[in-house]
Design a protein around this ligand. Structure first.
Ligand SMILES: Nc1ncnc2c1ncn2[C@@H]1O[C@H](COP(=O)(O)OP(=O)(O)O)[C@@H](O)[C@H]1O
Ligand SMILES: [Mg+2]
Length: 239
């Protein structure tokens, strides 16, 4: 049975969509068992569907959305890479009936996909559903005061036992960000929540995103430091 991993932060711009895609692509490159690779699906509560842009599929025609699947059971998810699929979202308001069916629909997908990653933004209530259905939660964050306070509030609202990792992203090294990072790490020491090495705000990453490529689409050594951090997260999820 598949596992649901929700990537969550109430703040925009911290790298939720980007990290979701990098993690998902990384999972598809791992062996589930001999010669069998993991099959991964990405879902989102963001109707901007940035995952399509970041994976080089901005021009791909969307035929079926999460709404269609929940309402009719019909699916036609977009194949982003080998074993990596994306089910886009059409809009951002949902009826009560839709929400009731949503969780069951996702449960059904677990028999087909080893991992379902959810790129989650705070839209209405389905965000809550995506937290409830999650086996694991990963929190990308930005090392400034407002975002750090935001994740501390978020951690009061969600089930701490589900939080596997906090991932400082778009990190710009400074005295202040270093202190904040060390404080966060020390505060969570012993909780079982991993605080990864920070992922730098990087021009190579920026350019790669613009080209619709992930850090796994290149053999260049310059992506290694980022790949290592993504592996750190996956290790927690595969425990
Ligand atoms: N480590 C990074 N280095 C450079 N640019 C990044 C990095 N992580 C994300 N970005 C860029 O930052 C912006 C916000 O990332 P995104 O994943 O869309 O955030 P969110 O989904 O949390 O709103 C995007 O333009 C993305 O391309
Ligand atoms: Mg996003």
């Amino acid at each position: 049975m598949g596992k649901v991993i929700t990537i969550k932060n109430n703040k925009g711009g911290v790298g939720k969509s980007w990290l979701t895609l990098q993690m998902a692509h990384a999972l598809t490159l791992l062996e589930k068992s001999e010669d069998i690779l993991y099959k991964v699906l990405i879902l989102t509560s963001d109707s901007q569907n940035n995952i399509l842009d970041y994976s080089g599929h901005s021009e791909t025609i969307v035929e079926k959305t999460l709404e269609d699947y929940v309402k009719t059971g019909q699916r036609n998810e977009i194949r982003l890479r080998d074993n990596l699929y994306y089910m886009p979202l059409a809009k951002s308001n949902f009826s009560k009936i839709f929400r009731e069916k949503l969780k069951r629909s996702i449960e059904n997908l677990k028999s087909e996909f080893d991992f379902i990653l959810i790129d989650s933004v705070p839209v209405l209530e389905i965000d809550q559903d995506f937290l409830e259905i999650a086996d694991d939660i990963v929190i990308p964050t930005y090392m400034d005061k407002a975002t750090t306070e935001g994740i501390l509030r978020l951690m009061e609202e969600i089930d701490l036992n589900k939080i596997r990792a906090i991932v400082p992203n778009r990190y710009i090294k400074s005295k202040k960000s270093e202190i904040m990072y060390n404080d966060l790490k020390n505060n969570l020491n012993g909780t079982g929540i991993l605080v990864t090495e920070p992922i730098k705000q990087s021009a190579v990453i920026h350019n790669f995103i613009e080209e619709g490529k992930t850090i796994w689409d290149s053999k260049s050594k310059e992506f290694e430091p980022f790949q290592i951090i993504v592996y750190q997260i996956l290790e927690e999820l595969l425990k």
